[in-house]
Design a protein around this ligand. Structure first.
Ligand code: ATP
Length: 283
């Protein structure tokens, strides 16, 4: 990691009377995979579109690859890759032709055949795009998004509609981009499992403000708060919340013997922490 790729300070944007962003701060370092989470209408798309240079802001400082996206020269786009939710028109081109076509817009694109291999589409190179399955189509979208070797890749809800296997393969693909190419990734997702599996950092937005920003493993004090210990005693399921699960389990072992039946120790799931942060756990 060599420095900030994205810096945002006090970002504000309203649509008429609707305040979409109320003062967002965000930093993304080179080589990070960051997941932007938040309920519908939280302001994720507005934030991402401002970073992409597609939407004007009302106030605040924004720097993406060292430049204000709203005033960026056209060459700035070479450093950016965008994979939108809605794929562009499939048309009659083959997979390979599509990638060649989009690669032609960039000064030093990936070799299209190599890239198709990396995204697991080598076998489909000669097929017309409209005949691809949803998952294959998404892989092609990603290939198109990275064909110009972007330093920063935006992925908008990339795995919506994927089966579990395709989702895992897609995660591997994104990890490969980060680990092998050093690509920085900002993704939006509604899947907490995806954020946990993929992101070095998650940023939770709700009502136009950042509610939390940190490692998904420790967000909201996840690993330092209370744990739930569950076990079976006299054939009855028991559970208890404790701030010191080690000591609690030691007591159980002392009382019930070394193999406590049905013993599990669990921390709050990312989903629980997230729902607390966005107010979705209110009674
Ligand atoms: N073009 C627009 N005109 C008017 N209001 C808008 C426009 N775009 C977004 N908004 C409003 O701004 C707020 C933030 O919307 P935004 O699309 O950024 O949220 P989001 O977090 O991306 O939501 P989702 O998860 O549903 O995609 C919402 O209240 C939305 O209704």
């Amino acid at each position: 990691m060599t420095g900030p790729v994205v810096t945002v300070r006090g970002l504000r944007r309203s649509y008429g009377p609707v305040v979409a962003l109320e003062g967002i701060d965000l930093d993304i370092q080179e080589g990070e995979v960051v997941a932007l989470l938040g309920p519908n209408g939280a302001g994720k798309t507005t934030t991402v579109e401002i970073l992409e240079g597609h939407r004007r802001r009302d106030a605040g400082e924004v720097s993406v690859l060292g430049v204000d996206p709203w005033r960026a020269p056209s060459s700035w786009r070479y450093g950016i890759g965008i994979v939108l939710q809605e794929a562009s028109d499939a048309g009659e081109l083959t997979v390979l032709e599509t990638l060649r076509h989009f690669g032609g817009y960039f000064p030093s694109p990936h070799d299209p055949t190599d890239l198709l291999r990396k995204v697991g589409l080598a076998e489909a190179a000669g097929r017309r795009v409209r005949t691809l399955s949803g998952g294959q189509r998404r892989r092609l979208d990603v290939a198109v998004g990275v064909v110009g070797r972007p330093r920063l890749l935006f992925l908008d809800e990339p795995t919506t509609g994927f089966d579990p296997q395709a989702r895992r393969q897609f995660w591997e693909l994104v990890r490969g981009l980060r680990d092998e190419q050093g690509t920085t990734v900002l993704l939006t997702t509604h899947y907490l499992e995806e954020a946990e599996a993929l992101a070095d950092r998650v940023v939770v937005i709700a009502d136009g403000v950042v509610r939390a920003d940190g490692d998904p493993a420790t967000l909201g004090g996840r690993m330092s708060g209370e744990a739930t210990v569950s076990w079976l005693e006299n054939a009855e399921a028991r559970s208890a919340r404790t701030a010191d699960p080690g000591a609690f389990v030691n007591e159980l072992v002392a009382r019930l013997g070394p193999s406590v039946p049905g013993l599990t120790v669990s921390r709050p799931r990312l989903e629980d922490v997230y729902l607390d942060l966005v107010g979705g756990n209110k009674p």
